[in-house]
Write a new protein. Structure first.
Length: 351
C-alpha cells in the first residue's frame, strides 16, 4: 500500500557528507526559532537500570512536510553477544498524509548530526580566532565532532584529546585521527575541488593526547564533551575567560560532564529549553540552585536568526548544552532519503 525507502548504515554513510549535514542542522535551529518546527516530549524507559534502556525523540518539520521519530536502545551486555550496545532506528512520515516514507538506520545519522550540533555551537558562540580544541571523550561521536568543528572554524591549529577512562583510547584516536578524517569526511568532497582543498587545509592540524585535564582545559579555546559521565570532569577554576563549551554527552537525567559552577558565570544556550532542564547538562546546575531556568539566555536558533546576542565579549564563557532533538535526525534523514531517491539507492518496501 505504501512504498517505503529503507536505508541501511552503509548506504547512508556513502551518501551523506558533513557539510550538508551542518547546513541541515543549522536550518533546523532557525526553523525552530521561527516556530516552523516542533519538538515533542521525549519518552525514556529503563528496562533495567544501568543495563538496558530506550528513548524516543520525535518532532515535526513543517517546512519539510515531514514528522517522525528516532528510537534508540542501549543494552550494555550486547557486545558480549557480538552486537552493538547502541541500536537506533529513524522513521520518517509525510505530514500531509501521514504515510510512512522512510525507515533508516540511525547510527551514522546520529553521529553526523551530533557532531554538526557541537560544531554549530562553536561556530555561533566561540571566539572566531580560537586556535585550540579540546575533545573530552573518545567514543563513537568524537571523530564526528572533531571533523565538524574543524570544518566550521578557520583557525584551529591543535586538537587535544582526553579519555577519562583509558589513556590508550585517546592514543588510538590521536594515532589514526588524520587518516579517519580523510577517509570518512574528506574523500566525499573530491568532486568539489575548492571545498576539498579548503577542508584539507583545515584538517591539517596537530593532534595531542592529554594526560592532565586541568592543564589542557586552561589552554583550550573550545571544549567539546562527549562522555556518559555522571560527575563533573572539568572544574570551574580551571576554565580561562573566553572559553566555549559544546556539551553533547548529557542526554539523560543525572548525567554531568562539567562543574555546575561554570554555569554560574557563563552565557548559556541550549537546543531545546525543556529538554535541557530535564535531561541536559543544565539540569544539575538548576537542581543545585546555581542557576534558574531564567538564566538560560536562549535556544541557539534565536542567536542564529539575530534575535538574541550570543557572545558579547572575548572574555565571555559560553555554554551550548545540546541534548539532541529529533528535528536534527529528521532533517538529516530527509537529506539522505532525497539523495537515495535521486541515485536510486536503498530498498523499496511495500507496506
Amino acid at each position: 500500500m505504501f512504498n517505503v525507502r529503507v536505508l541501511n548504515h552503509e548506504t547512508i554513510e556513502s551518501i551523506l557528507d558533513m557539510q550538508q549535514v551542518i547546513e541541515g542542522v543549522e536550518k533546523v535551529y532557525t526553523l525552530k526559532a521561527e516556530s516552523r518546527a516542533e519538538v515533542f516530549p521525549m519518552v525514556f524507559h529503563e528496562f533495567e537500570r544501568g543495563v538496558a534502556d530506550m528513548d524516543i525523540k520525535s518532532g515535526h518539520l513543517k517546512d519539510a512536510d515531514i514528522f517522525g521519530l528516532k528510537l534508540v536502545s542501549w543494552y550494555g551486555d550486547n557486545p558480549k553477544q557480538q552486537l552493538p550496545a547502541l541500536i537506533g532506528t529513524t522513521l520518517v512520515f509525510d505530514s500531509a498524509t501521514g504515510k510512512p516514507i522512510g525507515l533508516l538506520s540511525a547510527d551514522y545519522i546520529t553521529g553526523m548530526r551530533t557532531g554538526a550540533a557541537a560544531a554549530i555551537g562553536a561556530k555561533v558562540l566561540a571566539r572566531k580566532n580560537s586556535k585550540t580544541l579540546l575533545m573530552v571523550g573518545t567514543g563513537h561521536i568524537s571523530i564526528f565532532a572533531i571533523a565538524a568543528t574543524l570544518m566550521t572554524m578557520d583557525h584551529i591549529k591543535t586538537v587535544k584529546v582526553y579519555d577519562p577512562m583509558d589513556k590508550m583510547c585517546a592514543e588510538r584516536l590521536v594515532g589514526h585521527a588524520k587518516e579517519k578524517l580523510e577517509q570518512a569526511f574528506l574523500a566525499k568532497l573530491e568532486q568539489n575541488t575548492s571545498m576539498y582543498e579548503s577542508i584539507k587545509r583545515k584538517f591539517d592540524v596537530s593532534f595531542e593526547v592529554v594526560e592532565d585535564l586541568e592543564s589542557a582545559t586552561g589552554v583550550s579555546d573550545i571544549i567539546l564533551t562527549a562522555t556518559p559521565s555522571r560527575k563533573p570532569m572539568i572544574m570551574a577554576a580551571w576554565v580561562k575567560p573566553g572559553t566555549h563549551f559544546s556539551c553533547i554527552g548529557s542526554d539523560m537525567s543525572g548525567k554531568q560532564e562539567i562543574d555546575e559552577k561554570i554555569f554560574g558565570t557563563a552565557r548559556i544556550f541550549v537546543d531545546d529549553v525543556e529538554q535541557a532542564i530535564h535531561v541536559g547538562e543544565t539540569e544539575m546546575a538548576i537542581n543545585t540552585g546555581t542557576i534558574t531556568k531564567a538564566d538560560i539566555i536562549a535556544e541557539i536558533g534565536c542567536v542564529m536568526t539575530g534575535d538574541v546576542k550570543g557572545r558579547q565579549s572575548d572574555t565571555d564563557i559560553t555554554v551550548f548544552d545540546t541534548t539532541g532533538i529529533a528535528l536534527q535526525d529528521l532533517m538529516t534523514a530527509k537529506l539522505a532519503l532525497d539523495i537515495a531517491e535521486e541515485k536510486n539507492m536503498g530498498t523499496i518496501v511495500d507496506l
